[in-house]
Each structure stands twice: as structure tokens, then as C-alpha cells.
Design a protein around this ligand. Structure first.
Ligand SMILES: CC(C)(COP(=O)(O)OP(=O)(O)OC[C@H]1O[C@@H](n2cnc3c(N)ncnc32)[C@H](O)[C@@H]1OP(=O)(O)O)[C@@H](O)C(=O)NCCC(=O)NCCS
Length: 152
């Protein structure tokens, strides 16, 4: 460990190379990163430990809905709550920007990600068969605003 405190802050263009180096980044994020980091309808956050990039999370915001594009933690930092911190900050930022309803897609077999999303109130609302190149299905998860959830 570096001994430095974990900090979550908005991503900056200067973070682009380090973000692209994260193992597990969605392919689309690698291609679109510079655009993502400077586009107003995107919310892109990084988690840092001193000078080290520990993780990255991004969402696109359209009207009152947000879609999570990526949550990825550096392999050597996984399992220590960095994903929780990043996702909580991303959800808070989306809500602050008027988009409390949040969706995402996750591979059926991605146990860590599914545990993370479940913990933050996401529920399965749909499925895309053979969505991923390896033939796996994607689950479509939503986290609705509290008022909408209470009406269920
Ligand atoms: C998914 C990911 C972001 C989680 O980040 P993380 O920092 O390791 O997660 P945290 O330590 O905050 O733990 C989050 C939850 O996942 C669970 N978890 C972590 N690793 C796990 C594993 N290998 N298997 C099962 N559950 C796991 C934790 O127990 C925790 O759940 P809990 O609070 O109910 O105990 C990380 O594993 C990652 O970067 N994976 C590769 C990229 C990816 O798949 N992103 C999601 C795309 S949809």
C-alpha cells in the first residue's frame, strides 16, 4: 500500500493514459475516452491513491436518466471497497445532475460487479441474449429513484 488516502474526483484529460491502462476497461471506453472526458453529458470519475490510479467510473446522462458505461478498479486494488466508493460517487453525481434513474449492463457471470450493483440498489429488469463477444448474456439493471421504488 502507498499509505495515501483514497480520493475520488472528476477525471481530467491528463488521466486518459492511466485510465486506458486499467485492466478490465470496457473496449468502448478505451476508444472514446478523450471524448468522454470532455463531453458535458458524461460524468467521469477517477479514484486515486496518491499518484496511483486505483479506478475509473463513467456514466452518460440523458435527461433524467443515466447509464453507467464503466466501473473498473485496478486488479491489485480490487476487493477493498474502491468499487463501492466509485459507484457511490457516480450515483451521487448523476443524481446531483438531475438523473436519479440509472441503468447499466453487466455480464451474467460477473459476480463481483453484480454484487457491487446489488449493494447499491440495482435490480435486474431485462436480459440481452448473447450480448457479449464470448456469447454471454447481459443483464439490464436499473436503480430507480427512491420514490419510484416505494411505489413498487
Ligand atoms: C467489479 C469491480 C469494479 C468491483 O470493484 P472492487 O473494488 O473490487 O469492489 P469492492 O471491493 O468495492 O466490492 C464490491 C462488492 O463486490 C464483492 N466482490 C468483490 N470481488 C468479488 C469477487 N471476486 N467475487 C464476488 N464478489 C466480489 C464484494 O464482496 C462487495 O460486495 P459486498 O459489499 O456485498 O460484500 C472490479 O472487480 C473490477 O474492476 N472488475 C473488472 C471490470 C468490471 O467487470 N467492471 C464492471 C463492468 S459491468
Amino acid at each position: 500500500m502507498t499509505g495515501a488516502a483514497l480520493l475520488v474526483r472528476p477525471a481530467e484529460p491528463g488521466d486518459a493514459d492511466a485510465i486506458r491502462g486499467l485492466d478490465g476497461l470496457a473496449p468502448a471506453s478505451g476508444r472514446l475516452l478523450r471524448h468522454d472526458l470532455t463531453t458535458p453529458d458524461r460524468c467521469c470519475l477517477v479514484a486515486t491513491l496518491g499518484a496511483e490510479l486505483a479506478g475509473y467510473a463513467a456514466a452518460t446522462i440523458q435527461g433524467d436518466e443515466a447509464q453507467v458505461l464503466d466501473v473498473v478498479v485496478a486488479p491489485e486494488r480490487r476487493g477493498r471497497g474502491v468499487g463501492h466508493r466509485l459507484l457511490a460517487a457516480l450515483l451521487a453525481a448523476s443524481e446531483h445532475r438531475g438523473a436519479p434513474a440509472v441503468s447499466l449492463e453487466v455480464a451474467v457471470s460477473n459476480r463481483a460487479a453484480r454484487a457491487l450493483y446489488r449493494r447499491h440498489g440495482f435490480v435486474v429488469e431485462g436480459r440481452r441474449p448473447r450480448y457479449y463477444p464470448d456469447g454471454q448474456d447481459a443483464l439490464i439493471l436499473w436503480r430507480r429513484p427512491a420514490a419510484a421504488r416505494e411505489e413498487d
